[in-house]
Design a binder for this molecule. Structure first.
Ligand code: TEU
Ligand code: CA
Length: 566
């Protein structure tokens, strides 16, 4: 390939367009709204924008159900606006990464519209169809990511089609070379239009195990079972990706990031390997599962007590395993995850320091950091009082399945939604303290978080000690110190359940990152191989100096400090 690996020095900002900025008062964010805010992102210092899907879509899953890959969602604008967006971005030195959703299409995509016409339609084999089983039921017992069976019966042709997500998101049949080549053509079309890379949605689900065997019964009371063994990292995944690489990726100097749940560091190393790999980097999910019960997608709704040492084990394994072999992406939030300050920090008393602590902890690691819109101002989870306030199809299906059909306690399910629901990340961006947080002059498609008068961009920009200005510093530091990009990674005090500390080293430069994950003041010895006289504070999340001496340090609630020694 001709990759210059520019993405190793980059920081990416994710925009969920529907919730970012509405330019015309219809309550829905749009491309024009993004153009209006580009200078804000330049000020923050990021290099790349990853845009969640903006293609034509009936919006069953907010754009992750695409009905035309080569046109823009009506609510978001049109291709002319998109051209203006990317050219304005390029003028300002920003790159654009688009979402590539090719495990499935919308059922309103012309391919599916054709496919469902008859069994011998030329497009039939673009999707995965099976006749009913012997009992006239679903072809297998697979559970959908979004509750219920992963199969939907199509009466007129007497067959079921597979949909790992909603029934309006039929899975494409990647075994069919025509499907693959249509996808590659479409990718080239966007790349030739100037796109700087792709974030590949659930890309490691594209190859399913032959015969689509029943999943093992792990929940005997449930009708459908979690089948990821048969659809994640499937037998032909690497082959398909190698083909995509040869036909498309290798011909452009781009960033590719695979959204790959269910991958281990070993697989991650293979997928992102500089010579034989197929992606610049990937999103692993092990750290996002640290507070979820095992057993697949539904596990996230069940609370789990977790220990800091578990997170250390996960993160340091990724850091160490991929060092000089592959490349990590670093994230704590995206449009599918709850807000990190609510989840891992403290969104009450210690809101500001804990948001800064988490940012420090993440941004000082090796990899490409991703900032999700609103993370840079410490946006929090939302606790809507009623299920009717929620829009997300995963949440709605969960409610239908658990409360309406199975009779579970609604309060318990609502609580789980407050903790983990995807709409936590999707409430409109909080720009200022005017009505609807300055997001729209109309009625927002999803309610704003009522704390917008406290937490918003305008306030954050005015206050030099804000989370926003802290993010700016962190992003700038990465550009100034090579050790942040290239240093190796060693855990300090791996058994510690309260303090997460690690060391980065590169060509005589040393960084020591010390973060307190509790709301208590705690004492620790001065880290062993750091010279107290020589160590300088590179960044620190309290306004006064850290309380440290040769003999030890006192860490206040959620305190984070980075020492630099050269
Ligand atoms: O998400 C894939 C995925 O696995 C999600 O179901 C994720 O685990 C979940 O949202 C967290 O519980 C991608 C997109 O990011 C998501 O928005 C889409 O709904 C999904 O694919 C289908 O395209
Ligand atoms: Ca709009």
């Amino acid at each position: 390939g001709q990759s210059t690996q520019w993405w190793k020095n980059s920081v990416v900002y994710q925009i969920y367009p529907r919730s970012f900025n509405d330019s015309n008062g219809d309550g829905i964010g749009d491309l024009e709204g993004i153009i209006e805010k580009l200078d804000y992102l330049v000020e923050l210092g990021i290099d790349v924008i990853w845009l969640s899907p903006i293609y034509k879509s009936p919006n069953d899953d907010n754009g992750y159900d695409i009905s035309d890959y080569q046109d823009i969602m009506t609510e978001f604008g049109d291709l002319e606006t998109w051209d203006r967006l990317i050219s304005t971005m390029h003028e300002k030195g920003l790159k654009l990464v688009m979402d590539l959703v090719v495990n499935h299409t919308s059922d309103e995509h012309p391919w599916f519209q054709e496919a469902k016409k008859s069994k011998d339609n030329p497009y039939r084999d673009f999707y995965i169809w099976r006749p009913p089983n012997e009992d006239g039921k679903e072809p297998n017992n697979w559970l959908s990511f979004f509750s219920g069976s992963a199969w939907e019966y199509h009466e007129p042709t007497g067959e079921y089609f597979l949909h790992l997500f909603t029934k309006k998101q039929p899975d494409l049949n990647w075994e069919n070379p025509e499907v693959r080549h249509k996808v590659y053509d479409m990718m080239r079309w966007w790349l030739d239009r100037g796109v700087d890379g792709f974030r590949m949605d659930v890309i490691n689900l594209i190859s399913k195990v032959e015969g689509l065997p029943d999943a093992p019964v792990t929940k005997p009371d449930d009708e459908f079972q979690w089948g990821s063994d048969y659809f994640a990292n499937g037998p032909r995944f690497m082959e398909f990706m190698q083909e995509m690489k040869e036909e498309v990726l290798d011909h452009y100097d781009i960033l590719t990031v695979g959204e790959t749940g269910f991958v281990t560091p070993e697989e991650g190393k293979q997928f992102t390997n500089e010579d034989s790999g197929v992606l610049s980097m990937l999103f692993q999910f092990q750290h996002m599962d640290v507070d979820a019960q095992p057993g697949g997608q539904m596990g996230k709704w069940e609370e789990k007590d977790w220990k800091l040492t578990e997170l250390k084990e996960i993160m340091s394994t990724w850091q160490v395993e991929l060092f000089n072999k592959g490349w990590n992406s670093l994230y704590l939030e995206n449009h599918d995850q709850p807000r990190s300050v609510s989840r891992f920090g403290d969104d009450g008393e210690y809101h500001d320091v804990s948001a800064k602590m988490l940012a420090t902890w993440l941004h000082m690691m090796q990899g490409t950091p991703y900032v999700y819109q609103g993370q840079e101002i410490g946006m929090t989870n939302v606790h809507f009082p009623s299920i009717d306030d929620y829009e997300d199809v995963e949440i709605r299906n969960l409610w239908q399945d658990m409360v309406v059909e199975k009779g579970h306690d609604p309060d318990k399910i609502l609580k789980a939604i407050h903790e983990k629901g995807r709409d936590n990340a999707r409430t409109p961006m909080q720009w200022d303290s005017s009505e609807n947080a300055g997001f729209t002059s109309g009625t927002p498609w999803l309610k704003v978080n009522p704390n917008y008068d406290q937490i918003n961009v305008e306030k954050e920009r005015e206050n030099p000690d804000s989370i926003f200005h802290y993010y700016k510093k962190l992003i700038a530091l990465r550009k100034q110190h090579e050790v942040i990009v290239n240093g190796d990674h060693t855990l300090i005090w791996p058994e510690d359940e309260e303090v997460y500390a690690y060391k980065r080293e590169h060509e005589g430069q040393k960084l020591v990152v010390v973060t307190n994950w509790t709301g208590e003041t705690i004492e620790r010895p001065w880290p062993e191989d750091v010279n107290f006289e020589e160590a300088l504070v590179m960044i620190h999340n309290y306004n006064d100096a850290p309380d440290a001496s040769k003999d030890g340090m006192k860490l206040r609630p959620y305190e984070a400090v980075v020492y630099h020694q050269q």
